[in-house]
Design a protein around this ligand. Structure first.
Ligand SMILES: Cc1cc2nc3c(=O)[nH]c(=O)nc-3n(C[C@H](O)[C@H](O)[C@H](O)COP(=O)(O)OP(=O)(O)OC[C@H]3O[C@@H](n4cnc5c(N)ncnc54)[C@H](O)[C@@H]3O)c2cc1C
Length: 333
């Protein structure tokens, strides 16, 4: 069989009776080990064939929790001044006296050679995963546990309340949601109601998908002190992409990035409110709803606004207003 016929057959999903392909690297198994190996080989300029016996790629990795605790001096650790090294990682994973009282004493039985290799490659593995992953911008919530720079990770699953996906009533698939990140659609009830239903079903976090197309994810307003999970929002487009990936298995790492302020453009300027459908009295009159902390002149009055929490004074100064040097602080033209 000609080489091209083989490729054509394969691209149609048909396996030819005989075939003859050659590559620099042949990888057997498209799972957690095989796929990164294939990426590395292609990055290094090699041609690669990945042979997979299953009907789809992913192996056990696709059903895994996706938790990958990596340290040893990653770029993120260096960025935030966290001291770590391969040596500390190795000791943490082999010497039970180091991990007590919060670690697992069983670590003392770990295979030294495997742990050495893991510790020595931890930081590069982190950088590889970051370089080959996809980033989505999220909006934060005024309730629940604030997402930190340390972040959280887990599998993302679709929350269901009967045939609905809005999370406005008790979730009917708690066995799927427990221990995972629940994806919920915006609309029909308050954000806190959705978050509480996800929490009650055992979710470790929730992602609320906007129901109108917008360029930035919303900030989620509301208050309920009994909510302790982290809740974030994504735009409708990003949410549709995430929902489409769920059947294939989807893991997410959600973290705050202090280098990227909410509600500003690439140059750091505060964005104006510009929804895709014109909003009379608000379009381009107000600041974008993605700003956090919330600003005084957003389309709606936010319950978390108090004097001094936003950057209105700085914005008015930018426009040419000045502050008197003594007495009451009042801006003047
Ligand atoms: C429920 C669950 C949760 C997990 N959670 C985590 C977690 O949170 N963090 C973590 O680090 N690990 C987790 N793991 C473990 C992790 O998924 C595995 O350690 C990892 O997937 C192993 O990678 P692998 O490439 O060796 O095997 P796999 O990912 O299973 O890939 C092997 C691939 O080889 C294919 N294959 C097998 N034989 C052949 C053949 N003869 N020809 C062609 N293809 C073949 C298989 O079909 C499969 O696609 C979890 C595992 C499970 C099951």
């Amino acid at each position: 069989m000609e080489h091209n016929d083989t490729n054509a057959d394969l691209s149609r999903g048909k396996i030819p009776a005989t075939w003859d392909l050659a590559a620099d690297v042949v990888i057997v198994g498209a799972g957690a080990a095989g796929l990164p190996a294939a990426i590395r080989a292609v990055d290094a300029g090699a041609s690669v064939i990945v042979v997979e016996t299953n009907y789809d790629i992913g192996g056990h990795a696709i059903v895994s929790g996706g938790n990958v605790p990596l340290g040893g001096g990653t770029s993120a650790q260096r960025k935030y001044g966290i001291e770590d090294s391969p040596e500390v990682v190795f000791r943490d994973l082999t010497d039970w006296t180091i991990v007590q009282p919060n670690g697992w004493p069983d670590y003392r039985y770990n295979d030294r050679a495997v742990m050495r290799a893991f510790a020595d490659h931890c930081a590069q593995t982190y950088d590889f995963l970051v370089a080959n992953g996809t980033n989505y911008r999220v909006g934060s919530a005024s309730f629940g546990t604030k997402v930190s720079i340390v972040g959280l990770s887990g599998n993302v699953v679709a929350a269901a309340n009967d045939s609905l996906t809005d999370g406005c009533t008790a979730l009917t698939n708690p066995a799927t949601v427990v221990g995972r990140i629940a994806l919920i659609d915006r609309g029909n009830c308050l954000f806190v109601v959705k978050a509480k239903n996800a929490q009650n079903a055992g979710a470790i976090a929730a992602i609320i998908v906007d129901n109108v197309v917008a360029s930035s994810p919303n900030q989620l307003g509301g208050s309920d002190p009994s909510i302790n999970i982290s809740v974030v929002s994504v735009t409708k487009n990003d949410g549709d992409t995430l929902r489409g990936q769920i059947p294939n298995g989807l893991s997410a790492f959600i973290a705050a990035d202090p280098q990227h302020l909410s509600g500003v453009d690439a140059n750091g300027f505060v964005k104006l409110y510009a929804p895709s459908s014109f909003s009379g009295g608000s379009s381009v009159h107000h600041w974008d709803t993605s700003a956090s902390p919330n600003l005084l002149m957003e389309p709606s009055i936010n319950s978390d606004l108090t004097h001094g929490v936003d950057v209105s004074v700085e914005q008015l100064s930018d426009m040419g207003w000045t502050e008197p040097t003594g007495g009451r602080k009042r801006l003047r033209r």
